[in-house]
Design a protein around this ligand. Structure first.
Ligand code: FES
Length: 108
């Protein structure tokens, strides 16, 4: 398997009702993950881009959280409608999407 140019991690953490910390699953993170997989399928960029669902990335209150390496860029409050921009502008063309960056108080 070739090493991907970019690897995106999508938090799909769940927590039980009443847990003191929020979770990305309360904010439709599964739709976000599915949209990344859909974009990957559409572009057939399997040799360049890898998409992985993951547990908690840390800034739960600002989720759904999405982390892109090798840049170490974190996105916050990502909605399904934001995925195409992250995929095309960042994962394919290498330019992070400024308007979706996680605030520096949470990742910086
Ligand atoms: S639950 Fe998603 S960042 Fe913590």
């Amino acid at each position: 398997m070739p090493r991907p140019e970019r690897h995106v991690f999508v938090c799909v953490q769940q927590r039980p009702e009443g847990h003191p910390r929020p979770s990305c699953s309360q904010k439709n993170c599964n739709e976000v993950a599915e949209e990344f997989f859909f974009n990957l399928q559409q572009t057939q960029a399997f040799d360049r881009i890898q998409v992985t669902t993951t547990g908690c990335l840390g800034p739960c209150s600002e989720g759904p959280s999405v982390l892109v390496y090798p840049e170490g860029v974190m996105y916050g409050r990502v909605g399904k409608e934001d995925v195409a921009a992250i995929f095309e502008e960042h994962l394919v063309n290498g330019k992070p999407v400024e308007r979706l960056l996680m605030p520096k108080d949470f990742w910086g």
